[in-house]
Write a protein that binds this ligand. Structure first.
Ligand SMILES: *Cc1c(COP(=O)(O)O)cnc(C)c1O
Length: 370
């Protein structure tokens, strides 16, 4: 039996009629950038996240960097200020920081949850620290209570990287509504995926929302008036229309992801694998189901031979990338060990029960570790 890691075709085929009707609606409207579809999606996504504002952007990386850029314009941040970021995140979290003239300060995650370890965050704060950027990695909320407490005591801003966690919630509060601002990605493979690139900033701060909305559009609120040096990073009308369709199914998809994760966790019997731990069922949106294994590469080969596609998120941590030579000297043993051990099993709302059962059986049959 073949189990794909993720089939975008299958995901979107479920809504093909509605998606095609939405594209036709935009074509017929004749307005393709900054129009009614975007305005409607921004209202709907803000309501979903429970924030006053959502501002669409061209992608998730720009959503992150536009918040930091806006804070610089607002005088909250200056060149060289430090941003605390989990060391085991996707490179985009780091790129948004360095692109804005700020310094990424990588901090180790809690290996049980893969998210920022609040105790280590406190130890990494210096007089130049201005922002904490928790990443809800693999779909699980970071410990936002503890991080908000630290940020409050030190007067720091909190920017959530929520690119993997649409719909994850704690105490009825959803990802995107915990920090001073949050950034989402709608890259096709994300839990809420467009059929192209897309992103959004969510916030309750009226001024910040207005700055981001201007900065994404050449730094302009009024056509041909440019008080700031902005960029061009807008969520186009067709992608906004796609996302309006898919937002209506997000909670159903998340429920299916949770059911698959529950079956993996209950069914896999493999002493050589550490299964992901969850603080609370609602707090995980299961963008990825990531296990740890000391024989990771052998496990991946074994699963591939059994027809099960897996991936590694991520093979090389940002501080070891050639893009960041200034970080090569850092020793981050928790992160480095995680990058050697993590393996992502197939996870998609379209996986069948038979496919899930096959993944479970093949994981349990892995012999190398026994
Ligand atoms: C996908 C992702 C991003 C970037 O989003 P893009 O839309 O691909 O630019 C940022 N941070 C994390 C954690 C991501 O997974």
């Amino acid at each position: 039996m073949d189990v794909p890691f993720l089939s975008l075709r299958d995901i979107n085929a479920r809504h093909a009629d509605e998606l095609k009707a939405a594209v036709a609606r935009v074509i017929d409207a004749g307005w393709y950038i900054l129009g009614d579809e975007l305005a409607a999606f921004e209202r709907e996504f803000a309501a979903y996240c429970g924030t006053r504002h959502a501002v669409g952007t061209g992608n998730g990386l720009d959503a992150l960097s536009l918040v930091l850029r806006a804070w610089r314009e607002m005088g909250e941040l200056a060149e060289g200020d430090e941003v605390i970021v989990p060391a085991n995140t996707f490179i985009a979290s780091f790129l948004a920081i360095s692109e804005t003239g700020l310094r990424p300060v990588p901090v180790e995650p809690d290996p049980a949850t893969f998210t920022l370890d609040p105790a280590r965050v406190e130890a990494a704060i210096t007089p130049r620290t201005r922002v904490i950027m928790p990443v809800h990695l693999y779909g699980q909320l970071a410990d936002m209570g503890a991080l908000a407490d630290i940020a409050g005591r030190h007067g720091l801003l909190v920017l959530e990287d929520a690119a993997q966690a649409h719909g994850a919630a704690w105490g009825g509060v959803r990802a995107g509504a915990f920090g001073h601002a949050a950034a989402f990605s709608f890259f096709p493979a994300k839990n809420l995926g467009a059929l192209g690139d897309g992103g959004a900033v969510t916030t309750d701060d009226d001024q910040l929302a207005a700055y981001v909305a201007a900065l994404r559009n050449y730094g302009s609120e009024v056509k041909y008036d440019h008080p700031m040096r902005g960029i061009n990073s807008r969520l186009d009308e067709i992608q906004a229309a796609m996302l309006r369709v898919k937002l209506r199914y997000l909670d159903d998809d998340t429920a299916r992801r949770r059911a698959i994760a529950a079956r993996y966790r209950a069914g896999i019997r493999q002493p050589g694998m550490i299964l992901p731990s969850v603080a609370h069922e609602d707090a995980h949106a299961w963008h990825l189901f990531v296990v740890r294994c000391g024989w990771r590469d052998a496990l991946q080969r074994h699963l591939r031979a059994a027809g099960v596609q897996t991936q590694v998120h991520y093979p090389v941590p940002p501080h070891h990338q050639d893009a960041y030579p200034e970080l090569h000297g850092l020793s981050l043993p928790v992160t480095e060990q995680l990058h050697r051990e993590v393996l992502s099993l197939p996870m998609s709302p379209t996986l069948t029960d038979a496919q899930v059962a096959h993944v479970i059986a093949m994981c349990s049959a892995f012999a190398e570790a026994a």
